[in-house]
Design a protein around this ligand. Sequence first.
Ligand code: MRU
Length: 339
Amino acid sequence: MRTIDWNDASDSIVMIDQTLLPVEYKVIECNTLSSLCEAIRSLRIRGAPALGAAGAFGIALAASLSSAGNMDDLMRDLNVAANTIKATRPTAVNLAWGVDRVIDATADAYDVEGIRDIVLSEARRIADEDVATNKMIGKHGAKLLKDGDTVMTYCNAGRMACVDWGTALGVVRSAVGSGKRINVIACETRPLNQGSRITAWELMQDKIPVTLITDSMAGHVMRKGMVDKIIVGADRITGDAVFNKIGTYTLSVLAKEHEIPFYIAAPVSTFDFEGWEETVTIELRDEDELRFCRGVQTAPMDVKVYNPAFDATPMENISGIITEKGVFYPPFLLDEVLM
Ligand code: MRU
């Protein structure tokens, strides 16, 4: 199934609970706004494009739960839901993008039922478009890979981070689909291990060769000449930086030192055309994510902790940005992406 979808039978959102992977594959249902917000905050659903779909379906859920009998009351309920959903995670621009796109689509409605129909069909369109967009990213990105290449990736920018197919892993999938032999090195991605739990699992499901390393091994394997290209996803792309999972910046610096091409794969919906590095809020997550690993205490309980979920990679460290519109190269003029 898709990572996230709408269930007509129960008027609810269904998703794969990513916190349980790879030990358990479980599909859960969110039939209240609070259960959706909990799922987003706890990363049951995660990854920028998947969050875009979660935000969009969240508005459809709010519309189906609302008992409002007139358009003004329903729109008030939807706007409250929109603000609640957007407040769950601040960094990935896609979450707010998905919410706003569905809210904006209601401008065409002329009655309450019209609003309910429009929000659900717009959310479904966003989910469908995400799959098509990722296939285009894959098509453009696959041309950058040679037969026999080893690609390093970070976090999970695969089908689990999207509705399907993936961005960075979508590029790998498309290259493999066109007959190229590609090996992947997946970094573990501490503290929540999206790389070891989700990327390694996803690639093994598709029988794409993958080798797992700890994040601290990245420099060593680059220095040993074991990496041909690095491809990662993005949560937000501003005029001067790419925000992605904490540790991405470190990889970009290592890539520069070892002259390894460092690519970002992301849909246009991840661009924040008005944003700059200093305007972006980096999510700070619970300190216990560092004091415990899968429920086991790994640090003194009272140790001071700093736990930012994302970092910013300056544009000068990036070789190319792979989007559904094609590959953009330095100096990365955002106007070109808009055209
Ligand atoms: O905290 P997460 O797991 O939501 O972080 C996800 C990432 O950093 C991904 O690399 C990014 O969203 C791109 S997904 C195509």
